[in-house]
Design a protein around this ligand. Structure first.
Ligand SMILES: Cc1cc2nc3c(=O)[nH]c(=O)nc-3n(C[C@H](O)[C@H](O)[C@H](O)COP(=O)(O)OP(=O)(O)OC[C@H]3O[C@@H](n4cnc5c(N)ncnc54)[C@H](O)[C@@H]3O)c2cc1C
Length: 462
């Protein structure tokens, strides 16, 4: 395989992983980042304090030889802990015993990845270098240096991994035939800290992702290694109950007291943080094509930013890297063909996870507290236990497997129809033992062709 000189724009999570993977394969990598080096500054580490890593993300880390290094910093969350208004909690496991998603401190993970890039020979990291333009045909990146000067950096390929507001993508947007769609939710999010107790222990169960579902909005909390939790309020931007409507400390306190009474005593800096922490926005970006002539390619959020409700944005970006490596291996001397084959293969899956993420917001904020929905979840698990090679819960397919996202979406839609039919004949769990319903289950599940959950399908080019 030819060793190339490449530029990776953006040293966020996906850019740093991609730079490491390329450098490990002998390419000469220049990684450009507009922020200062996270490892020696106090600037915020990115959009959320922590995030959930699941199987697709672990696969990328493993491929980069980093699984063992990052695992000590990962906190397993084995299910959802639902908090109702009466402060009663219910635990819903995410999968089988032993299956978990992992809470990671975003900044810590990014720091580890940067160090892992730096360890590779033939890498150069340029911090405080902002990409302001790309010359697609060379290709070359025009950066603004810390001294405010413009510098032009040539390479054989440029990877735009510079996030949802990508400068590399802006250049592609000038091309005829480039489709682009950016969709904001009318919700925002705010992060708040739930510190350890005065005795230094976890204030909530640490092995769970906590959710306070309140139909039109929700609060969630993920554990951090210092025994705090980061809570995130997903809330309408405007309206009667909204960020705009909470104007004073008294408004915030009254709102939290009525909706989340169990967390108020656990958040000593609630009102202070509510007004000092920024309100983040939530958007989906769809665009195509992602590449230009084998010279430029978008990856991660730059190609497909999604809302965070399936915890898959970074995981999907890491999966981009894993799959792209396969395509580069398949067409080692022809990156134009590799890039085109990759983007054609990957785009439907990026669209599918974007759709699933939007749909999961409704499930998390509205349905998880509904008794009929919980019965339906148990029916889903019942079918998964009885027909394990055919009926695989959607959450399992997305989170604990490598089934391509569009295939997970398609099978999930069939499964939904099966559950709809069976739920019309279900009052309680004992109904499922009824021979008539048993027979109906057999007839319905054959529509789902058998699937081997352990397969890494989607990884290889055709
Ligand atoms: C509230 C919230 C919670 C989330 N939770 C999860 C989760 O649980 N699990 C999950 O998988 N995903 C989650 N995500 C999504 C995840 O954060 C993103 O998908 C992921 O960060 C994308 O990584 P990236 O490297 O593509 O982009 P980014 O993380 O945005 O990194 C882009 C990098 O490029 C740099 N950059 C930007 N412009 C330039 C420029 N012009 N020149 C040079 N450098 C530039 C930026 O400074 C940044 O370092 C969440 C997102 C949000 C908002």
């Amino acid at each position: 395989m030819l060793r190339r000189s490449v530029i990776v724009v953006g040293a966020g999570l996906v850019g740093a992983l991609w730079a490491r993977l390329l450098a490990q394969r002998g390419h000469r990598v220049t990684l450009i980042e507009r922020r200062p080096d996270l490892r020696c500054t106090d600037i915020p580490g990115g959009r959320s304090i922590n995030l959930a890593v699941s199987d697709r993300g672990w696969r990328g880390l493993r491929l980069a030889g980093l699984e063992e290094r990052v695992r000590p910093f990962a906190l397993p969350m084995e299910g959802r802990m639902i908090h109702d208004r009466a402060a009663t909690t219910h635990f819903q496991p995410y999968g089988k015993p032993g299956q978990a998603i992992y809470s990671f401190h975003r900044r810590r993970l990014n720091e580890l990845l940067l160090t892992a890039v730096q360890e590779c020979p033939n890498t150069q990291l340029l911090f405080e270098h902002r990409c302001i333009d790309v010359d697609l045909d060379v290709p070359a990146v025009i950066v603004e240096t810390p001294a405010g000067e413009l510098r032009r950096l040539d390479a054989e390929a440029v990877f735009g991994v510079d996030g949802a507001y990508s400068a590399v993508r802006s250049r592609l947007q000038h091309l005829e035939g480039f489709s682009y769609c950016q969709e904001y939710l009318d919700y925002g999010y705010k992060e708040l800290t739930l510190p350890p107790t005065a005795g230094g222990v976890w204030a909530l169960e640490p092995r769970a992702l906590h959710i306070w579902p309140r139909r039109s909005f929700m609060l969630i909390a993920l554990p951090n290694p210092d025994r705090s939790f980061t809570c995130t309020l997903f809330f309408p931007l405007e309206g009667e109950l909204s960020f705009a409507a909470l104007r004073t400390e008294a408004d915030v306190r009254a709102f939290f007291q009525s909706e989340f009474p169990d967390v108020v005593p656990l958040m000593p800096r609630l009102t202070e943080e509510f007004f000092s922490n920024p309100t983040g926005s939530l958007l989906t970006i769809r665009c195509f094509p992602w590449s230009y002539d084998g010279k430029v390619l978008l990856l991660g959020d730059a190609a497909h930013a999604i809302v965070p409700f399936y915890g898959q944005g970074m995981n999907a970006g890491f999966e981009d890297c894993v799959l792209l490596l396969d395509f580069l291996q398949h067409y080692p001397d022809d990156w134009a063909t590799a890039f085109r084959a990759f983007e054609r293969f990957r785009k439907p899956h990026a669209d599918a996870i974007a759709q699933l993420a939007l749909e999961n917001f409704v499930e998390m904020r509205d349905k998880v507290a509904d008794p009929r929905f919980l019965l339906r979840k148990r029916l889903e698990q019942y079918l998964a236990d009885h027909y394990p090679d055919r009926f695989i819960p959607l959450y399992t397919m997305v989170t604990f497997s490598h089934i391509p996202y569009a295939e997970a979406l398609r099978r999930g839609q069939i499964q939904d129809r099966i559950l709809d039919t069976l739920m019309t004949q279900t009052e309680t769990e004992t109904d499922w033992e009824n021979p008539r319903l048993q027979q109906l289950m057999v007839e319905l599940v054959v529509e789902l062709e058998p699937y081997n959950l352990n397969s890494l399908s989607g990884a290889a080019p055709e």
